[in-house]
Write a protein that binds this ligand. Structure first.
Ligand SMILES: Nc1nc2c(ncn2[C@@H]2O[C@H](COP(=O)(O)OP(=O)(O)OP(=O)(O)O)[C@@H](O)[C@H]2O)c(=O)[nH]1
Ligand SMILES: [Mg+2]
Length: 238
């Protein structure tokens, strides 16, 4: 069920060259989630992403842009997500890729389960369309390894431990991030996995899965590559 207002929710969009899609997501979020705050965390996009975001943000005080490159910070998706969460002022914070691979409609479920008392709501890829076989195999192998790491260490799991689309109750989760900041791999792509590593299976944090179908990128270019695989292997060890 949709609510009238979403004043309690911030949407974080990490961007690296997403000029085609970031403005569309922002427009759609404003239209569908009245009162929502949006924070774009950009790492020095060279395709005009920041200008395009500024254009759609004009006259809207609830849209913020964090320009990490301006602060001289090294690029990093996980570091960008943490900066976005730290800067947010609402109780609930959701994170979504800015390339339109994540269906924005699932944000209704994320907000609903968070306000129903779950502290972490994960949109889990129930199926993935269009990936080549080698990417499917590598992904399967890495996620099996990831599950093993969490099981062995007695940590909480969810249906998709590498999802990039999730929501948190900041009040309950930010303390965990701050306390374990050194265990988050700044240039990695798997913030959620780093977070799960810090949540004991017997602990208070309640997790809810929201399944969805993950599609291929239709716009822009992927930034995922070998560097992120190495970062993930590091995440298994930290
Ligand atoms: N701020 C910031 N954002 C990043 C960085 N790397 C990627 N992103 C953004 O993070 C999101 C996920 O990156 P993608 O390249 O789509 O990674 P992916 O979804 O695993 O790969 P594809 O399925 O090929 O799209 C996108 O919104 C990117 O623009 C980074 O270093 N810094
Ligand atoms: Mg993507």
């Amino acid at each position: 069920m949709e609510r009238e207002r979403y004043d309690d929710l911030t949407l974080i969009l990490p961007t690296l060259n997403e000029v085609d899609t970031a403005p569309l997501i922002i427009k759609s979020a404003i239209r569908r989630f009245p009162g929502i705050s949006i924070t774009v965390v950009d790492d020095g996009s060279r395709d005009g992403t920041v200008d395009a975001v500024k254009k759609v943000s004009r006259h809207n005080g609830s849209i913020a842009i964090i320009r990490r490159d301006r602060k001289g910070l090294p690029k990093g998706l996980t570091a960008s997500i943490i900066d976005g969460i730290a800067a947010s002022r609402t109780r609930y914070v959701a994170v979504m890729d800015a390339d339109m691979q994540h269906p924005i409609g699932k944000l209704y479920d994320v907000e609903r389960w968070l306000s129903d008392g779950y502290q972490l709501v994960v949109c889990s890829r129930s199926s993935v369309r269009g990936w080549p076989l080698d990417r499917k195999i590598i992904s399967k192998l890495l996620s099996s390894l990831g599950y093993l790491v969490l099981i062995v260490r007695g940590k909480k799991r969810c249906a998709d431990i590498f999802s990039g689309y999730f929501g948190i109750d900041k009040k309950a989760v930010y303390g965990i991030i701050a306390k374990n900041r050194g265990r988050f791999v700044d240039n990695g792509y798997k913030f959620l996995f780093d977070l799960l590593k810090c949540i004991d299976s017997g602990g208070e944090v309640k997790i809810r899965d929201v399944p969805y179908e993950f599609g291929n990128r239709k716009f822009g270019a992927s930034k995922a590559g070998a560097v992120q695989v190495v970062a993930l292997l590091r995440a298994f060890l930290t």
